[in-house]
Ligand binder design. Structure first.
Ligand code: G3P
Ligand code: CA
Length: 391
């Protein structure tokens, strides 16, 4: 597939020689196999992904495991296991009520009794076919798999971990027995990377939807552990469609939480606390795209990960100006390219662009990478794009 003609529709700068474009296997090759399993990560590495992406939550005994939600209900068989029936509960996670079984109430040994399931069963029968076959994995096991792949093939793959719900795990959340969780998952992550000596800044990006943990990594934890890794600020919705208290995806939850609790921001955010206090409350993600919000972002983030649903001008794959502007100051790594029709961008007539067409558009408009559940499709497009650049 060749989309060279697309360049006629896109900014002139996009037609220079091909720069780097990273293919990040979102939750592994999660379009093909149940997400966040060793098998999904191994498949992504075999396909040729540059990075694999684990979302991280802690167990009861403080081990980081790879899950998108701390609620295990929809991505494992936990609901079918009678030995864990009494662990079902309702908690408030990032301001919203969630009923299920929670990773922080299971020891790692118990987590190892669970098996992964496809969380999008209607859309992905190919994943359902592998239900209940694969274990849940630790960050440590993922790094070991990356090392093994490197020994087997000579190819270095990176990891792109995301700390999920850092404010919940550190300040707000409780175990089933009512005791505080009180875990700093960013510090756990950094300790693990140090222990495993996986600290090459070309092979790790640390990402989060929250600000406080990234600022703490930048200002305190990375100096303490003598590592320097690029940090990526994920953006939730920038169109103000999911504002608290009804929803939370339009705001960085940490800032919302600490402002609700009248926390002294300078204590937690250092110098950045002053900048945050100067922004309109509640702070929403759109404020990080301009003025003092962008200055704040520049103080700690190497990259920005916008939500694809906010990214394009209506009916097209042309970046909105505020996102195009980011490409000169940050690495732009949008999420998530998925091949199923309801996730694909639509043209003016409501017809879907293909995943590869979207990927090509990002490459041509200065994006430096993308998260995809189908790294194979993005890699195929990148190969053609590179060939076209060499001509
Ligand atoms: O981390 C990039 C992307 O994964 C963010 O969305 O919800 O899939 O973790 P989510
Ligand atoms: Ca993620």
């Amino acid at each position: 597939m060749n989309y060279l003609w697309l360049s006629a529709l896109l900014p002139v700068a996009a037609q220079a020689a091909c720069p780097d474009f990273l293919v990040v296997a979102h939750r592994g090759a999660s379009g093909h196999l149940p997400e966040h399993t060793l098998e999904a990560y191994q498949l992504a590495m075999k396909m040729g992904a540059d990075f694999i992406e684990p979302d991280l939550v802690p167990t009861r005994d403080g081990v980081l495991i790879s899950r998108h939600e701390n609620d295990l209900t929809h991505s494992t068989n936990v609901a079918d296991l009678p030995q864990f029936a009494s662990r079902k509960t309702t908690k408030t996670v990032d301001g919203l009520a969630v009923t299920g079984w929670f990773a922080e109430d299971f020891s790692l040994a118990e987590i190892k009794q669970l098996r992964a399931r496809e969380p999008l069963p209607e859309l992905r029968p190919q994943g359902v076919a592998h239900n209940d076959q694969y274990q849940l994995v630790t960050l440590s096991e993922i790094i070991a798999a990356v090392r093994q792949f490197e020994r087997d093939t000579g190819r270095k793959v990176g990891i792109y971990p995301e700390t999920k719900h850092p404010t919940y795990f550190r300040f707000e959340g409780k175990h089933l027995d009512g005791t505080a969780i009180a875990l700093n998952t960013s510090e756990l992550l950094l300790k693990e990377l140090r222990t495993q000596r996986f600290t090459d800044p070309k092979r790790v990006f640390i990402q989060s939807f929250e600000l406080q943990n990234l600022l703490e990594l930048k200002q305190q934890l990375m100096p303490k552990y003598r590592v320097s890794l690029p940090l990526v600020q994920l953006l939730g919705d920038t169109d103000h469609a999911f504002m608290p208290p009804k929803d939370n995806f339009s705001v960085p939850y940490d800032v919302w939480y600490h402002q609700q609790h009248n926390t002294q921001l300078s204590g937690l955010y250092g110098e950045a606390g002053r900048l945050i206090a100067g922004l309109k409350a509640p702070l929403d993600y759109s404020q990080l795209l301009q003025g003092q919000g962008k200055t704040l972002l520049q103080s700690y983030a190497t990259g920005v990960g916008p939500w694809k649903s906010n990214l394009y001008q209506k009916g097209s794959v042309t970046l909105k100006p505020e996102f195009a502007a980011l490409t000169s100051q940050f690495q732009l790594h949008p999420y998530t390219l998925r091949d199923e029709d309801n996730y694909l961008q639509k043209d003016k007539d409501g017809k879907s662009f293909s995943l590869r067409f979207e990927a090509n558009a990002l490459m041509q408009q200065g994006g430096q990478g993308v998260f995809s559940d189908y790294p194979d499709l993005v890699l195929a497009e990148r190969n053609e794009w590179r060939q076209s650049c060499e001509k």
